[in-house]
Design a protein around this ligand. Structure first.
Ligand code: HEM
Ligand SMILES: *[C@@H]1O[C@H](CO)[C@@H](O)[C@H](O)[C@H]1NC(C)=O
Ligand SMILES: *[C@@H]1O[C@H](CO)[C@@H](O)[C@H](O)[C@H]1NC(C)=O
Length: 359
């Protein structure tokens, strides 16, 4: 790298937007042939390659990708706009794991921190940059996901976050909204962030059924979770009713109590429902809220925008559908003032949702 020559291509792109801004679009070709807007981002391409090969089993939207996204949240939310609750998106959960992994809300997080640790060590990145780059790359492996922003340049964390910053599925809507507000997030941003549960499964809510998904399309970043959380509950997928879990509509699927109460509460029900079958709304709002989450507590004036090192996700083929045997009559609509979108039903008998492999 020290002797490698970087060929710098500066080109004027005469697109309409660029003319309006009179902007000069700089493009740097890195030693490995990757192209980026900023030379400082070149060091990240080999790290992304390593993550894809060793953490994400060859760019899969699997258990590790899902967990890498969850980790960004559990790291960043250790923060308050009023101070005194941790450094935010600083990677403290990775290097102060002896403290933070003891917190009840971080149950099951040890798998992904242990998996990330050796890759983090050889990356040379700070813990915060590593955790938040891994989250963006893992999410990009899921078809339908937005390409998340990646800002580069977090300093090392100075201390672990304190306990009780991460919301629990047993929490009330009031408690959840209050905790997010304390970290600087509005109710629309909370619902937008919960789009993440479209690529999510539970290992510890019911330990007898690890890898139980929250929707029927856990490998796709679609709006299916917003639909399925609204369907009438019928069963518990594992060992009966566990704390934080409510009746689910499908065998093999878990419904978090927190997702359900947020879908039904007057403060959030219309925000929830408006995500159903609106891929553009979901991805746009999720991307914006994640851009905020992933730099929480950080000084962005000292960071470089390296979003172009994040792989471009495959598109979502769409549209979403009711799981077989379900239809509009099964929807527990909590926002009657908005028309519910017309959605067709998958043919055949009601499915049993398979666990996420490797859980
Ligand atoms: C009200 C706030 C939230 C609550 C109560 C909550 C709760 C949970 C719970 C209980 C699990 C399952 C853990 C297990 O049993 O293994 C889970 C999984 C997950 N959560 Fe959340 N969550 C919340 C918000 C978020 C946010 C904001 C994100 C990301 C932006 C996120 C991303 C995920 C992901 C990706 C998983 C799946 C991890 C995997 O499959 O390995 N969650 N969440
Ligand atoms: C915790 O951090 C140590 C280094 O301090 C690392 O060796 C270990 O793998 C980490 N464990 C987990 C579960 O994250
Ligand atoms: C099943 O759930 C019951 C009640 O919650 C609990 O006492 C029991 O230990 C659980 N069994 C297993 C195998 O986890």
């Amino acid at each position: 790298m020290a002797f490698a020559r970087l060929s710098v291509l500066v080109s004027l792109v005469l697109g309409a937007a660029q003319i309006a801004n009179a902007a000069l679009t700089k493009r740097v070709t890195c030693a490995d042939g990757s192209v980026t807007a900023n030379e400082a981002c070149c060091v990240l391409f080999p790290i992304v390659k390593d993550m894809q090969a060793t953490l994400f089993d060859g760019a899969e939207c699997g258990e590790e990708a899902h967990s890498a996204l969850r980790l960004t949240f559990h790291d960043a939310i250790g923060f308050s706009i009023h101070g005194g609750k941790g450094g935010g998106a600083d990677g403290s959960i990775l290097v102060f794991n002896a403290t933070e992994l003891q917190f009840h809300a971080n149950g099951g997080i040890d798998d992904i921190t242990a998996g990330q640790f050796p890759v983090f060590q050889r990356s040379g990145l700070t813990p915060g940059d590593f955790v938040h780059l891994a989250g963006a790359v893992g999410t990009a492996n899921c078809p339908g996901a937005p390409r998340l922003q990646f800002m580069f340049g977090r300093p090392p964390p100075v201390a672990p976050a304190p306990d009780l910053t991460v919301p629990e599925p047993t929490d009330s809507v009031t408690a959840i909204l209050a905790r997010f507000a304390d970290a600087g997030f509005t109710p629309p941003e909370v619902v937008a962030l919960l789009s993440s549960h479209t690529i999510a499964a539970a290992d510890v809510v019911d330990v007898t059924i690890p890898g139980t998904p929250f929707d029927s399309t856990v490998g796709t970043f679609d709006t299916q979770v917003f639909l399925e959380v609204l369907l009438k509950g019928r069963l518990f997928p594992g060992n009966g009713s566990q704390p934080g879990e409510v009746l689910s509509p499908l065998a093999g699927e878990m419904r978090l109590q927190s997702d359900f109460v947020i879908s039904q509460d007057a403060r959030t029900a219309c925000l929830w429902q408006s995500m159903v079958n609106d891929q553009t709304r979901m991805t746009t709002q999720f991307k914006a809220a994640m851009a905020k989450l992933q730099v929480l507590g950080q000084d962005t004036s000292k960071m470089v925008d390296c979003s172009d090192v994040v792989p471009v996700p495959a598109p979502f083929a769409g549209p979403i559908k009711f799981p077989a045997t379900f239809s509009q009559k099964d929807v527990q609509q909590a926002c009657p003032q908005q028309r519910f979108p017309a959605i067709s039903t998958v043919a055949g008998p009601a499915p049993t949702i398979a666990p996420v492999p490797g859980s």
